[in-house]
Unconditional design. Structure first.
Length: 69
């Protein structure tokens, strides 16, 4: 669902399969404090699990649409 959601919005992303590379597991746990998939890392924001509302908010933040000036 997460991949389809991002693809349907034209978002470029890198899929990392934790089943095939133990370094990806280390990054998930140590760098992003997550033990769940999917985990979306968008800039400095980490979204664990799939929630379309959270994904939209993360994409707006990365695009700079949530800035308060």
């Amino acid at each position: 669902m997460a991949k389809e959601f991002l693809s349907s919005r034209g978002v470029d992303f890198e899929e990392r399969n934790i089943r095939t590379d133990s370094e990806f597991i280390r990054e998930l746990v140590e760098d992003h404090q997550s033990r769940a998939t999917p985990t979306l890392v968008a800039g400095s924001q980490v979204v664990t699990g799939f929630d379309p509302t959270d994904y939209e908010a993360a994409m707006r933040t990365v695009r700079g649409e949530n800035r308060c000036e």
